[in-house]
Design a protein around this ligand. Structure first.
Ligand SMILES: [Zn+2]
Length: 306
């Protein structure tokens, strides 16, 4: 039976409903050496973020994938509490981001050793809880991959092969995107379980075609952020023209409580897709079937294990 792991346990992919596949609840940019639960007050984060999550629920959202990796502010006890309080399905991750958010002892590990740590989070739970990851979140540096990011990509592929979890990789340019996919393939992982996060940052039609030809998912995920809305509309129209709308994810990359700022600084709401983007698609005659595919069916297919 296929399932998707949320912070409150495994659910049937059909229970996912409208899903925001790339968002953040809390981020701490201070770096791996200094971050930790001593840096935030969980009660305050709950107070600030529950209204934001409820706003998304009012738009019909039932699941939110929290893409903040360990050492960047991942706190699964917080996520569990937010999920209990709101009833929203939250999905967390195993994996690692980029420097300076990588702990020192990672650099000397082999891909095998690093993947063993991540696989342990899948089997035993994260941070002495029974909360398990529902995906693998990693990142690559821009340009040619530096050794530690190559290590992280390889470890992600191995963790996928052991657990079935999808890999989502923060990617901002074509060079790193293709080099990471080369490693994914070399490790024997199916690119069909690999999500190129921030693919909207390579908006040229040819760049999109080259990525899509490799069979990966393309995530257009900063809607309501700095990239103009019409770029996203064009990307979706192109995906439809090329018949690859079943390989596309959309989200806001929004939130989040900023650790270190008074009351978490300013948050960007998780609502632009519903208030701006879907109306823009409808104005072009794109129908409810497409909305369901982008927000319900595709996330369930991308994340389902088994
Ligand atoms: Zn993000």
């Amino acid at each position: 039976m296929p399932s998707i792991q949320t912070v409150r346990g495994a659910i049937d992919p059909q229970e996912l409903g409208v899903t925001l596949s790339h968002e953040h609840v809390m981020v701490d940019f201070v770096g791996a050496a200094q971050t930790g639960p001593h840096r935030w007050n969980v009660d305050e984060v709950v107070e600030v973020m529950v209204p934001r999550l409820r706003e998304a629920q009012q738009q019909g959202v039932r699941t939110l994938v929290e893409c903040t990796p360990a050492y960047l502010g991942r706190d699964v006890r917080l996520l569990r509490r937010l999920s209990d309080e709101t009833g929203l399905h939250l999905v967390t991750n195993t994996g690692l981001y980029k420097e300076p958010h990588i702990p020192r002892d990672t650099f000397s590990l082999s891909p095998e050793e690093l993947s063993e740590r991540w696989i342990a989070e899948c089997t035993d739970g994260i941070d002495d809880t029974d909360v398990r990851p529902g995906m693998i979140k990693i990142a690559v540096n821009p340009g040619h991959l530096i050794p530690v990011q190559g290590l992280i990509v390889r470890a992600a592929a191995r963790t996928h092969l052991a657990t079935g979890l999808a890999v989502a990789c923060h990617t901002n340019d074509a060079t790193s995107a293709h080099e990471a996919l080369d490693l994914i393939e070399a490790e024997g992982m199916d690119p069909g379980r690999y999500i190129v996060v921030h693919a909207h940052n390579m908006p040229e039609p040819h760049a999109q075609d080259l990525l899509a030809a490799r069979g990966c998912w393309l995530s257009y995920d900063n809607i309501g952020g700095s990239t103009p809305l019409n770029v996203y509309v064009r990307l979706i129209v192109q995906a439809l023209e090329r018949g690859r709308q079943d390989r596309v994810l959309i989200s806001h990359d929004a939130g989040w409580y900023r650790v270190g700022e008074p009351r978490g600084g300013e948050q960007r709401p998780y609502t632009a897709i519903f208030q701006e983007f879907l109306p823009a698609l409808r104005a072009r005659g794109l129908d409810g079937d497409l909305e369901r595919r982008l927000l319900v069916e595709n996330p369930a297919r991308a994340l389902a294990v088994g």
